[in-house]
Design a protein around this ligand. Structure first.
Ligand code: FAD
Ligand code: E1W
Length: 451
């Protein structure tokens, strides 16, 4: 591909700043417009520490941008989920086989700062306090608002990394319908903080993602490198409990006293956190089309926002960036590159959106269920007997880079095998191993090794 290329990226969030780095490193001209102020000057908008789980797909994309080491320096390793049962007991359920199969808790603000620095160092031109307001696709101009006035800039191609509420998406849809469908989950979330202990240490096991599953709802907590945890309470919008009945700090305390008693003493500002932090909404966004000929393409949450229960929204957005950069390398014209990107990524986005929805049910009501635990123990046994064929779905999503759509299909085959083989069993003693091994070899071709 020629080097006389110019891209205008909308949004310097996680995907936008990584994409800017990847494209600028190819010697292309990149302008990136961000609604918020420069976080290096103003501090990261929001201020609170919010963290995200970074897994292999995201890490691999960061390696591509030579940003992985800087990110891992401040990350906290999470080896498994620590399940906090209603009776107060806890259990660490390892995610992977060993410490090569772990996930990382990273601060959203720090990560964004690192990527903005990387984009600038690679040669991208950053424009802060510039909110995309409208696009004239005919004239190829985009109008941004900021500093109390409007700024119109010509563009060659617009790359939309402006998040779930994408203005670029709305502007594209106004000229050619892109089949937008927003499916609300009917549950929301609230973030709360666990400070360090008085001696400065972590208040909970640091190397785990903590989960308090409670049937229709749950809490999770991820560690921050400054020894705090960010707790996220997920609740239905309506019901008992629900955000319509749990409204005040006192209501929240009563809920925690009843259902999250071991977490309550760790959250000293529960009432204030609950009342002062906004309640987040959760939805899945489906689009029929992500691109508009050679003029614009969407990626990340702007194209496929998902519910957060697999911890893959950012990981998937980062994978989008690597894919788009590769298609721009490989195809000679932009329209073909955008179409090829969309054809590759849309089925995979759909697959992880579905798996993320399924994981909410699994997290909140199944991690403490006996049938489920027996299936998981058979799953571990089969994974050991057939390491190249039987890879648990969670591991395919989290520790591998095979397409999400492949993980979804193989996951269905594996789940059916597990259900069938454990039907009526109380332990693994009665398993017909030769028959099961034969079924695995028949139904699950070996997965290719990953470089
Ligand atoms: P964003 O990060 O939202 O970035 C969009 C950027 O565009 C922002 O900087 C915004 O200011 C800017 N912008 C918006 N509008 C305009 C405009 N009009 N003009 C200019 N700029 C604009 N993912 C994981 O992988 N792991 C997790 O553990 C995880 N946990 C999550 C927990 C919760 C509660 C939620 C809600 C999400 C979680 N996610 C997680 C998902 C993850 O946050 C998103 O998938 C990810 O942020 C998407 O990146 P993005 O760059 O597409 O969008
Ligand atoms: C992860 C917000 C969030 C982020 C996550 C995960 C979960 C539950 C949530 C999925 C998981 C890391 N998960 N954890 N344990 N089993 N599945 O793996 O990111 Cl709610």
């Amino acid at each position: 591909m020629t080097s006389a290329r110019h891209f205008t990226i909308v949004g310097a969030g996680l995907a936008g700043s990584l994409l800017a780095t990847l494209l600028a490193k190819r010697g292309w001209q990149v302008d990136i417009y961000e609604r918020r102020g420069d976080p290096r000057v103003a501090g990261y908008a929001g201020g609170r520490s919010i963290n995200l789980a970074l897994a292999e797909r995201g890490l691999h994309a960061l390696r591509n941008a030579e940003a992985a080491d800087a990110v891992l320096e401040k990350a906290v390793m999470m080896r498994g989920r620590m399940v906090h049962f209603a009776d107060g007991s806890q259990q660490l359920q390892r995610y992977g086989r060993d410490d090569s199969e772990v996930i990382w808790s990273v601060s959203r603000g720090d990560l964004n700062l690192t990527l903005i620095d990387a984009a600038e160092a690679a040669g991208a031109k950053l424009h802060f306090d510039r909110r995309l307001d409208s696009v004239d696709f005919q004239a190829r101009t985009a109008t941004f608002l900021g500093d109390g006035r409007s700024h119109t800039a010509p563009f060659n191609a617009l790359l939309g990394a402006d998040g779930a509420g994408s203005v670029l998406r709305q502007q594209m849809n106004a000229v050619t319908p892109i089949g937008e469908r927003l499916e609300s989950l009917g549950h929301g979330y609230k973030e709360l903080e666990i400070p360090p202990r008085v001696d400065g240490g972590f208040s909970l096991e640091p190397h785990a993602l903590h989960i308090w599953p409670r049937g229709r709802y749950m809490c999770i907590a991820l560690p921050n490198d400054e020894r705090t945890f960010t707790v996220t309470l997920f609740l239905p919008n309506h019901g008992k409990p629900g955000f319509d009945t749990v409204q005040t700090g006192d209501d929240a305390r009563a809920l925690f006293e009843r259902d999250f008693a071991d977490a309550l003493p760790l959250i000293p500002d529960l009432e204030n956190d609950f009342e002062s932090h906004p309640t987040g909404t959760l939805s899945t966004l489906y689009l029929d089309r992500w691109s508009l000929d050679d003029k614009a393409v969407l990626l990340g949450d702007a194209a496929h926002a998902m519910v957060p229960f697999h911890g893959q929204g950012m990981n998937c957005a980062f994978e989008d960036c690597v894919s788009l950069a590769r298609h721009l390398d490989e195809e000679t014209d932009l329209a073909t590159a955008f179409a090829a990107f969309e054809a590759e990524r849309r089925p995979n986005a759909l697959a992880i959106q579905q798996m993320a929805l399924e994981n909410y049910l699994e997290m909140r009501e199944r991690v403490d269920d006996a049938d489920f635990l027996l299936q998981r123990s058979l799953e571990r046994a089969l994974a050991e007997r057939h390491p190249d064929r039987f890879v648990p779905r969670y591991a395919m999503v989290t520790f591998r880079r095979i397409p999400y759509a492949t993980a979804l299909v193989r996951g269905v085959v594996q789940r059916d095998l597990l259900i069938e083989a454990t039907r009526g069993q109380e332990s693994l003693d009665g398993i017909d191993w030769p028959a099961l091994d034969a079924a695995v070899e028949r139904l699950l071709p070996p997965l290719p090794a990953e470089a």
